[in-house]
Design a protein around this ligand. Sequence first.
Ligand SMILES: Cc1cc2nc3c(=O)[nH]c(=O)nc-3n(C[C@H](O)[C@H](O)[C@H](O)COP(=O)(O)OP(=O)(O)OC[C@H]3O[C@@H](n4cnc5c(N)ncnc54)[C@H](O)[C@@H]3O)c2cc1C
Length: 550
Amino acid sequence: MNQSSTVMLTTHEISNQAPALENYNLFTRNRRLFEAAQRSCAADTMGWLSERGAELGSAEMIALGVQANRNPPTPGLFDSAGRRRDQVEFHPAYHELMAYLKRHGVSAGPWADPAPGAHIKRAALFMLFAEIEDGTLCPTTMTYAVVPSIMRDRMIAEEWLPRIYSPDYDPRFIPAERKRGVTLGMGMTEKQGGSDLRSNTTSAEPVGGREFRIVGHKWFFSAPMSDAFLILANAPGGLSCFFLPRFTPDGKVNDIRIQRLKDKLGDRSNAGSEVEFWGARAWLVGDEGRGVPIILEMGTYCRLDCVLGTAGLIRHATSQALHHAAHRAAFGKRLLDQPLMRNVLADLAIESEAATALALRLAGAFDAQADEQQSLLRRVLTPAAKYWVCKRGPAVAAEAMEVLGGNGYVEDGPMARIYRQMPLNSIWEGSGNVMCLDVLRAFAKHPRCLEALAAEVAPAMGRDQRLDAFAGRLKDELRRPDNIEGRSRQLTQAIAMMMQAALLVRFAPDFVADAYCASRLAAASFAGGAFGNLPGERDLGGILARAWPD
Ligand SMILES: Cc1cc2nc3c(=O)[nH]c(=O)nc-3n(C[C@H](O)[C@H](O)[C@H](O)COP(=O)(O)OP(=O)(O)OC[C@H]3O[C@@H](n4cnc5c(N)ncnc54)[C@H](O)[C@@H]3O)c2cc1C
């Protein structure tokens, strides 16, 4: 480098830029998550989560998340001689993150070790991990979610559950019986329809016993290098669920042809693919013609994870915004000290706390499988929470990005990735409208879901007039039969918000519950729409201090 170019590069000192947010404990600093977990988890679990929180907040783990997304998977469809390989190549960072998730039970912990509170423990770790990397959570979710469906078939369960429960991650492309651990995926969506699964055209021809040959395609087929998949196909007895392994029992590669990898907006570390089945061997799960309810059982657990993942991303976006505002000054004052910015940040913090509270409460209902009331609550709250928390995600990401100004919009920092990731959880496993229609279906098939909701909010009643009035209005709206489908977004949103408010009224400091009810439930306030509309005199300092990440 010559003298003059050196001079060119030293024109200024860099000041007024925030340091990277790293080396902090994601769990102990997340007050809402910590307190909610504390109500359900024993001291050793709290200690375990604190260790994970410190690991995940380290600069090293954050860097792995960045690397896995900067170096997305590449298709390895053919060898140099043109023979099919149908494989996908991943960056080592992806494998390291997958190994972490497997090792710590995020893909099967509650099934392998079904202790009380096991789903809560997993949910807490899932939310923390979502702050680091989200693409690896997709195959992890599918592996966790497949278990109840697989348990329906004794033969498949006996052979595959031990491999699913294994804490080892083994990415080798070899038959599952030679692997230390496996991951699973799912295939429902076809070109002509994803929400309307009855439009599936893939066919299944019986070849003897429970074995079938599958011919057809899947248009979205995430994590195609998984060891096996649950898929839907039309058998003679109707649309049915099949277990389709990557290798057949004789050790040959099954006839799953990867057409190409999806070029996605976000979720870049994860491989999404389009596939065709050219007579692939598969085994019937459950009864012929019962495919949709069986695979939707898997879908229910995936929907829980959509809520958990989005709540984690909302927390991450909020933490980044708070951190930046504390280190950046404009017009002679830190952004954090500007009254309008304080309102925006406090509003984001309230949204984050509400999302976290609802997500963990939902996970708790998955822990209480034997309790009828909790099952009813889970039935209606899963689609309601998925609808509302995932709807809020992109709005939070956009607002938090704006807090970072121009730095928020460039790929060097964390905000662009958060923003690109956010809409996905709202789309897959049932998009927004489909979730609202599912809430109506839950009430129609199980009218006692309404009682379960009422019982859940009952302990919060009489403690905040705005919540009481909101719950009363919702009850009246739910009773009105006119145009119920057209109004189902309003109803679903209101159910989720009532639950969030009830949880905050019961368990959050008064200044948090009060700010939520004043800004989101009180009909007379100007709030709504954009963030930064917390009305009147509220304890913004208290809200911000509680939300502080590091
Ligand atoms: C990154 C990514 C990964 C995915 N991975 C998988 C995977 O591994 N396996 C898999 O099977 N699928 C996967 N999907 C597919 C996903 O689940 C579907 O895209 C989703 O279910 C929507 O289906 P669709 O795309 O066919 O849209 P459509 O079904 O055409 O829906 C389009 C819109 O219409 C709305 N809509 C549908 N019906 C109604 C109605 N009756 N009333 C009002 N509105 C309605 C929907 O809410 C949606 O907004 C993935 C998708 C993405 C983006």
